[in-house]
Write a protein that binds this ligand. Structure first.
Ligand code: ATP
Ligand code: MG
Length: 228
């Protein structure tokens, strides 16, 4: 099931960083459509531009060239406040570095995105516990992040990304620190979310992980080199 209009549309997108007298082309002339309901893996070697692409897809960062439309709207023309609101309501992020808040319990970390949205959220705490249950960490709800292993922190980040029931989930190496069995269960979770109609974009350099996606976009030196 896909809508006529892509959920995210990128045209000629560039992200160039001036470094000294040279320019690092983290992304160079990337055009990509992500349709609602897709499950896409972004693959490519270290430094190829995957995280940069993910940050632009979630408009956490602005391109230095080209155009990005989200849900039909040109992102560059959406004001910062509304952009933050759309992001909080419609997009769930799993960052490569997790970005958990060290002084908050696991449960409070999972609840952080709830505080960014305007609409009233019913039974937020119950939902956070259910999300922790899905990633196998309900019994760690009252622990602090530094009391958890890397893989457990990663799973907290995944629970947090799902708390607002986002339309789009952007996950950067979400299974990078997990053993193969836990990784499989997380990928099954993403497959279930996708089957429920959520759009999933997953960044990975692991071919076994990419095999779970229905479409693979390969990035190399800031350019898309294949899309199948
Ligand atoms: N702020 C910055 N200033 C200069 N160059 C940057 C900056 N951020 C990223 N880059 C460069 O952009 C390129 C793409 O980086 P990016 O983080 O998107 O790679 P990646 O594909 O996610 O790699 P990895 O698999 O190691 O996470 C790299 O060469 C990186 O050094
Ligand atoms: Mg990266």
């Amino acid at each position: 099931m896909t809508d006529a209009l892509p959920l995210v549309c990128m045209r000629g997108v560039k992200k160039h960083y001036p470094v000294g007298s040279t320019v690092v082309k983290a992304l160079d002339d990337v055009s990509l459509d992500i349709r609602a309901g897709e499950f896409v893996a972004i693959v490519g070697p270290s430094g190829s531009g995957k995280s940069t692409l993910m940050h632009l897809l979630g408009f956490l960062d602005s391109p230095t060239g080209g155009e990005i439309h989200f849900d039909g709207e040109p992102v560059a023309q959406i004001g910062a406040n509304r952009r933050a609101m759309i992001r909080a309501e419609k997009i769930g992020f799993v960052f490569q570095s997790f970005n958990l808040l060290p002084r908050l319990s696991v449960l409070r970390n999972v609840l952080v995105p709830v505080s960014y949205i305007r609409r009233r959220v019913e039974r937020a705490e119950e939902r956070a516990l259910a999300a922790l249950d899905r990633v196998g960490l309900r019994d760690r709800a009252h622990h602090l992040p530094n009391q958890l292993s890397g893989g457990q922190r990663q799973r907290v980040a995944i629970a947090r990304s799902l708390i607002n029931e986002p339309r789009l989930v952007l996950a950067d190496e979400p299974t990078g620190n997990l053993d193969s069995r836990t990784a499989e269960s997380i990928l099954t979770l993403f497959e279930e979310l996708n089957a429920q109609g959520r759009t999933i974009v997953l960044v990975t350099h692991d071919p076994n992980v990419a095999a779970h996606a229905r479409r693979r976009v390969r990035v190399h030196d800031g350019k898309i080199v294949s899309d199948s």
